[in-house]
Design a protein around this ligand. Structure first.
Ligand SMILES: NC(=O)C1=CN([C@@H]2O[C@H](COP(=O)(O)OP(=O)(O)OC[C@H]3O[C@@H](n4cnc5c(N)ncnc54)[C@H](OP(=O)(O)O)[C@@H]3O)[C@@H](O)[C@H]2O)[C@H](O)CC1
Ligand SMILES: [K+]
Length: 496
């Protein structure tokens, strides 16, 4: 069953407000810590039954507090433990001081921890409150643990991962698993944090859903439950024009493959009709490779104007292998002015590098009709200031870009973020590493176009396309080519 809380992504700041609110509504904050620490101990015993010793490393804040609770629970369960503290535990405050007070046993200085084979490290040094690069002592400990290749179970986040951005602050533990509380944080889903967190277990420590909902923002993990209702429904009466007509602009004679991939993907992803708009000098090449995709000559704005007389042609993909920057800008303007929906990818994005504002202006005064699909390099061409701002997380960057461009923005990568102008953001996590192959982005653009032309709103069209692209990549498996992704699309079982 889909639970809202399972897809929510909360920033450490959101979480702080939630904790505060939970305490203000009468919930014992120490009770939350007790449950958090107990959950960590249970995960440790379940995951590492053969551990010779649990080395519990506790920090100067509440993450450390969770560590003292876990140490006590492990001790009570009869496990061998050794506890090491960063900073003087006598200076702990609040719940962490209480947790420390309840732990009966020696606590050594972190600098004295000598990792031993057979140790399992419980990393309770820093969690949501990490505010700067790790101190030298902690970095030395991380290096020593990594050198001995000891398994690490992280409390809330691997120490060194910034919970808001997923970036590494100096150095970070690489955990086998991370136990976090209530919801995932950006640091669990954005790279490199996602790789370093290992398996993420989300444990419910008892904060009521209404408190979470009050402070939850608009970020989620991309799952079918979030857009399934917007998927086109197939009925026996479905006619090919009802399923929409998608048009894809082809590049010149020597660069036709990319657009053909988009077109084929569009057809497989459910567009009723797909037409490839090809320069006349590339018609023969395109014709030699196409059967179900239709082909139309198009060399100029006049050709395009004539084509746009057909009101059923609502949706276009421009960019894959396109090549001509001037033409790209002119065609895009024409499409915008005639109210068309557009997936702008690759060269289509680069064409606006000198004046991104002119692109945003074209689509500013309407519902979201534009989907932009940049990778990081292309993103920097349209949004140089956002790309350069290292303080922003990938989620925040995508949200700001979507708002500025009034587009559904797909910021690609192994942790693709899809954002809407109204602030909604989804982080995708089903991509296989093999998806990073030539032509993969062209396929994605075609799937988005197919979803748009079947009537899905832009954000949902993009999010579901990214998800299906990921599933197809998994189904196609290791060594896949872009053609394999296209072929796997039709073999996918019902979404979600
Ligand atoms: N509802 C929940 O999710 C609950 C979470 N719990 C746990 O609490 C932590 C968050 O606790 P918090 O005290 O806010 O933060 P940390 O323990 O991560 O760290 C804060 C302390 O660390 C110092 N700090 C931060 N960065 C550094 C650094 N680079 N070097 C040295 N010291 C650092 C910071 O000091 P400042 O000088 O910055 O103030 C703090 O002393 C959460 O992750 C969960 O594990 C609750 O237990 C249950 C409820
Ligand atoms: K930690």
């Amino acid at each position: 069953m889909h639970r809202e809380i399972d897809t929510l992504i909360l920033t450490p700041d959101d979480m702080g407000r939630i904790d505060h609110d939970a305490a203000a509504s009468g919930l014992s904050s120490y009770g939350l810590m007790e449950r958090a620490g107990q959950a960590v101990a249970a995960a440790a015993l379940r995951r590492f039954p053969g551990a010779l010793r649990f080395a519990v490393l506790c920090g100067p804040g509440n993450n450390g507090g969770d560590g003292y609770v876990a140490a006590r629970a492990l001790q009570e369960a009869g496990a061998a433990i050794a506890v090491y503290a960063f900073g003087d535990p006598a200076t702990l405050k609040g719940d962490a001081a209480e947790a420390f007070g309840c732990f009966k046993g020696p606590v050594f200085a972190l600098a004295d921890y000598a990792p031993r084979v057979g140790d399992v490290v419980i990393d309770a040094l820093f969690g949501a409150g990490l505010s700067r690069d790790l101190p030298e002592t902690v970095i030395r400990t991380i290096n020593a643990v990594r050198e001995k290749v000891l398994p690490v179970l992280a409390v809330d986040l691997p120490s060194g991962i910034d919970g808001r951005t997923g970036q590494v602050r100096g150095r970070a533990f690489e955990a086998v698993a991370t136990v976090t509380f209530m919801c995932r944080k950006p640091g669990h889903v954005l790279l490199p944090g996602r790789m370093l967190a290992g398996d993420v277990e989300i444990f419910d420590i008892g904060i009521p859903g209404r408190v979470l909902a009050r402070h939850a923002g608009h970020s989620r993990v991309n799952t079918p439950a979030l857009w399934r209702v917007a998927l086109p429904t197939e009925t026996s009466a479905t006619h090919k024009y009802v399923r929409g007509h998608l048009a894809v602009f082809s590049g010149g004679a020597t660069a036709t493959g990319a657009a053909r991939l988009s077109a084929l993907a569009g057809l497989r992803a459910g567009a009723g009709l797909v037409t490839l708009l090809s320069p006349r000098d590339a018609l023969a090449t395109n014709a030699a490779h196409l059967t179900s995709v239709m082909l139309k000559p198009l060399d100029s704005e006049d050709d395009l104007a004539a084509l746009l007389e057909d009101a059923r042609l609502k949706t276009f993909v421009l960019g894959p292998g396109f090549g001509h920057m001037d033409k790209a800008r002119h065609y895009v303007r024409r499409l915008a002015e005639t109210g068309r929906q557009l997936v702008l990818d690759a060269d289509g994005i680069t064409a606006f590098r000198d004046d991104p504002g002119s692109l945003f202006q074209l689509f500013a005064a309407s519902d979201t009709r534009l989907v932009l699909t940049p990778h990081d390099g292309e993103f920097a061409r349209l949004f140089p200031d956002l790309a350069a701002d290292k303080g922003l997380s990938k989620i925040e960057r995508a949200q700001k870009a979507a708002a500025r461009s009034n587009a559904a923005l797909v910021l690609k990568g192994a942790d693709t973020v899809i954002a809407a102008p109204d602030g909604r953001a989804l982080v995708n996590d089903n991509a296989s590493p093999w998806l990073a192959t030539a032509g993969s982005g062209d396929v994605l653009a075609g799937i988005i176009g197919a979803h748009l032309t079947q009537g899905m709103p832009a954000f949902e069209a993009a999010a579901s396309a990214v998800w299906r692209h990921g599933e197809a990549g998994r189904a196609a498996g290791e060594g896949l080519t872009a053609e394999d992704i296209v072929n796997a699309l039709s073999g996918l079982s019902e979404i979600g």
